[in-house]
Every structure is written in C-alpha cells, then in structure tokens.
Design a protein around this ligand. Structure first.
Ligand code: ATP
Ligand code: MG
Length: 149
C-alpha cells in the first residue's frame, strides 16, 4: 500500500515524544517520498529500532536522528543514536534470536528478539538491515528497502 513517508515517520516520532518526553528525535528526508510497502511491517521495524535507541542511551543523551534518503529505487532509513554502542565483534550477533549483550540498561522483559524480528521483517520485504557502531559513541542501524511499486 502507498505510504507517504513523511506522514508515517512523523506519526511515529510524535508517539514516542509523548511516551518519552526526554527523547530528542531529529528527522530529515531528502525529499517527499511515496513508498509502496506494508505499513504494519515497516512500523514494527521502526518501533523496535526506536525503542532500542532510547533504551541503550545514557539518561542525559537520549537522542536519535532518523535520516531517509533515496538511492535509485531503494529507500534508505538510517537511525543514529548516541548511546552505549555495540562492540565490533558483536555486530553480527545482535541480529540473532534471543541474543543480548549484558549492560547497565538491560531491562526485565527484554528477551533479545527485537533485532531478530526486525531482520526477519526486513528480509521478508526484500531489504537489508546493517549496523555500524562504536562503544561509548553510538550506533547506526541502516534499513534499505526496495520500492515495490
Ligand atoms: P527486546 O528487543 O526483545 O526487548 P533487546 O533489546 O535486548 O530485547 P534486541 O533489540 O534484539 O534485544 O537487541 C539485542 C542486543 O543488542 C541488546 O541486548 C543490546 O545489548 C544491543 N543493542 C540493540 N540496539 C542497540 C543500540 N541502539 N545501542 C546499543 N546496543 C544495542
Ligand atoms: Mg530491543
């Protein structure tokens, strides 16, 4: 179905700002994009990545930048936080089911499925998800999805 990216992302950001008033979320897109996708699946990916960015950031640095760019037929969604980061040797592991890295921000009720679920959804949408991250600096999750019009 047709998703107007600006409206879609704007709604997510508004919801999170109500849920987490101390969360600073920046959003930038390189144009007005209309995207043909399943908004429920895309929403689940957003939900998990935004939750993680909040959860794994220091209390006084709860900041996320969402950038959207178009590359040929693909839309590229980038989520950049300034959180605790992920060691390089764990970058591939975090997408595994039930895989978690012990840290001060782990919460009861977290099971390590969020990113595994994101990966399943993104693969199902014929896209890709990758991570760049440095410990104590932050993380970037990049979701690339083909525009299937
Ligand atoms: P769940 O999502 O099921 O509630 P979870 O957040 O622990 O639990 P994932 O979302 O799959 O599980 O993330 C796996 C692990 O990757 C986390 O335990 C955390 O250590 C690390 N991680 C995920 N996102 C980030 C991030 N933005 N910054 C730092 N570490 C992260
Ligand atoms: Mg999670």
């Amino acid at each position: 179905e047709e998703v107007v990216v600006d409206d879609f992302v704007g709604r997510y950001i508004d919801t999170f700002k109500i849920k987490y008033p101390d969360f600073k979320i920046n959003y930038k897109a390189d144009g007005l994009h209309v995207f043909y996708t399943d908004p429920v699946l895309l929403g689940s990916v957003f939900q998990n990545l935004i939750e993680n960015a909040y959860k794994y950031s220091h209390p006084k640095k709860k900041e996320l930048s969402i950038n959207i760019t178009q590359k040929k037929g693909d839309l590229v969604f980038s989520f950049i936080d300034r959180g605790i980061g992920i060691p390089k040797n764990e970058h591939q592991n975090v997408f595994k089911k039930f895989y978690r890295i012990e840290n001060q921000y782990n919460q009861n009720g977290s099971v390590g499925l969020g990113l595994a679920f994101c990966k399943e959804l993104v693969n199902f949408m014929n896209g890709e998800i990758t991570v760049n991250s440095k410990v104590n600096e932050g993380s970037e999750f990049i979701v690339t999805l083909p525009n299937e019009n």
